[in-house]
Design a protein around this ligand. Structure first.
Ligand code: BES
Ligand code: MN
Ligand code: MN
Length: 478
């Protein structure tokens, strides 16, 4: 049992009633509006869907207007636009900036979905006994982003909005937010505020609320290994010419040692060694290894020696192949010694690693270990820096108090393994901390077939967000 978890009930009855009454009176509409958003395939990675991404931006704009926001606009960038809107009730009150994304990941492999990814259906599961919405983007991030629009509507309609709010909903998060950085720099005046509020992460379980106090960074590489100048007959030449796929596998394998430690020289130089106390705290967070393995149907977990699963995903860096290809992958057997082999390799980074530095270390290492029989080309894709969130800030405290009210339990501080690269930029360019106020579950199949989002989670988010506004306003009162 996590020692910090205490059952508390401070949730004042009147406020609770205003919020829960509004939600129950608008339950169907609030759900149907989300289902409509989920029907638009806003896949930012695939040009075929550009019109749908723009259509989603229009829909989000319309919903913000209907909810009561002012100055709502589709703000152009060099890529997909940012949807902006605000409600300024009093310049002397604090301003919460809500960030979210309306784009989604590609849905493939389509054949592994039980229902079409852009035709949302509601199904009950063991973890979601009251039902979950199955659709691409249901959890990441349309469902979680839309909770904020509905919570705002609730505060507007019940006259309970206690502070100012600005919405910044982008359409390129799933491709590394390439245009948002420049947009932020160009709009610093407009983005004056006190805290960034983001629902794009997870909680431990529906009876165990938690708040991420950090996210990992990312360095994403692509490698191309070239052997002979053309594909060859693997009998005529096999054995006498380097096979680039064989070599690539060897190069990848030599990125880890027998302890699953990454072998790239200087890779760990800047990694913060967390204190014994902090590691203990992390390991005290509720986590059941048996259930973890059962959920993933694996007989054994895997990772860097000397670290627990929570540590491996929270405070340690990784190197993973995301895709590898080359040669013949069609039906039947073709005997071929391919000319080229490719892989996409990502590294998750932790404080104080830097994505550019790590990309360079990777390139240098990969090129240095390649034999003379092949040539290796390494290119870097998007990256992002790791971040940590203080548990001592007004924002964290407000989030913790809000969740304590609606879950009846104080949330556990955890470390998220995923990345939201723009968060580091919010700090650098705007000087603002982000609060990772996620409501999804890791098991909601984000980026996978059958992504879903619990109805419990959706409504709980809408219920909890207004309390964040309330506590944040109280805690920052001058
Ligand atoms: N919402 C996720 C990040 C996330 C999910 C953080 C769950 C913590 C828990 C976000 O949309 C995402 O998928 N980010 C990408 C990075 C991006 C550059 C494509 C990621 O983490 O792979
Ligand atoms: Mn997301
Ligand atoms: Mn995502």
């Amino acid at each position: 049992m996590y020692k910090g978890v205490k059952t508390i009930s401070l949730y004042p009855i009147m406020e609770q009633k205003i919020i829960t009454d509004y939600i129950s009176q608008n339950k169907e509409r609030v759900l149907n509006e989300l289902l409509d958003l989920l029907k638009i395939p806003s896949i930012s990675a695939d040009k075929k869907y550009s019109a749908d991404v723009l259509k989603t931006a229009q829909a989000v704009k319309q919903r913000l207007i209907e909810a009561g926001a002012d100055k709502v606009e589709i703000s152009e960038t060099s890529g997909f636009p940012v949807v902006y809107g605000e409600k300024i009730i009093d310049p002397n009150k604090p301003t919460i900036i809500v960030y979210g994304h309306y784009d989604v990941q590609p849905a493939d492999p389509l054949n592994l979905w039980d229902s079409p990814p852009f035709e949302p259906v509601i199904k009950k599961t063991d973890l979601h006994p009251t039902g979950a919405i199955y659709a691409r983007g249901s959890c990441d991030d349309k469902g979680q982003m839309y909770m904020h629009v509905k919570a705002f509507e609730l505060m507007m309609k019940t006259n309970t909005l206690p502070c100012n709010v600005k919405f910044m909903i982008e359409g390129e998060e799933e491709v590394g937010s390439p245009s948002l950085g420049p947009w932020i720099i160009a709009n610093k005046e407009k983005l004056k505020g006190d805290v960034i509020l983001i629902s794009d992460t997870s909680i431990i379980a529906n009876d165990t609320p938690s708040i991420d106090t950090g996210l990992r960074g990312l360095a994403y590489m692509e490698v191309e290994v070239t052997g002979p100048n053309r594909d060859l007959h693997s009998g005529v030449y096999g054995g006498a010419v380097a096979n680039p796929i064989n070599i690539l596998c060897k190069l990848i394998a030599s990125c880890h040692d027998e302890n699953n430690h990454i072998t790239i020289p200087a890779f760990y130089d800047k990694v913060v060694d967390e204190s014994k106390e902090y590691r203990e705290e992390l390991n005290n967070a509720p986590f059941n290894l048996q259930e973890f393995k059962k959920d993933l149907a694996i007989a054994e977990e895997h990772g860097e020696k000397g670290f627990t699963t929570n540590e491996r995903t929270g405070i340690r860096p990784t190197l993973d192949v995301n895709g590898i290809w080359g040669g013949y992958t069609g039906e039947g057997a073709k005997t071929v010694l391919p000319s080229k082999a490719f892989a996409k390799i990502s590294m998750r980074l932790v404080p104080n690693q830097n994505s550019d530095e790590i990309s360079k270390l990777f390139s240098t290492y990969f090129e240095s270990i390649a034999p003379q029989s092949v040539t290796v080309k390494v290119t870097a894709h998007h990256g992002g820096e790791p971040i940590v969130v203080s548990t001592q800030s007004a924002g964290y405290k407000a989030a913790s108090m809000a969740m304590a009210d609606t879950y009846g339990k104080k949330p556990v501080p955890t470390r998220g393994g995923g990345s939201i690269p723009i968060v580091a930029l919010f700090k650098k360019e705007l000087g603002l901390d982000s609060i990772l106020f996620g409501f999804g579950l890791d098991s909601d199949a984000l980026h996978s077939p059958n992504e879903h989002y619990g109805l419990f989670n959706y409504y709980k988010g809408i219920e909890t967000i207004p309390l964040f506004y309330k506590y944040f306003t109280q805690l920052t009162a001058k």
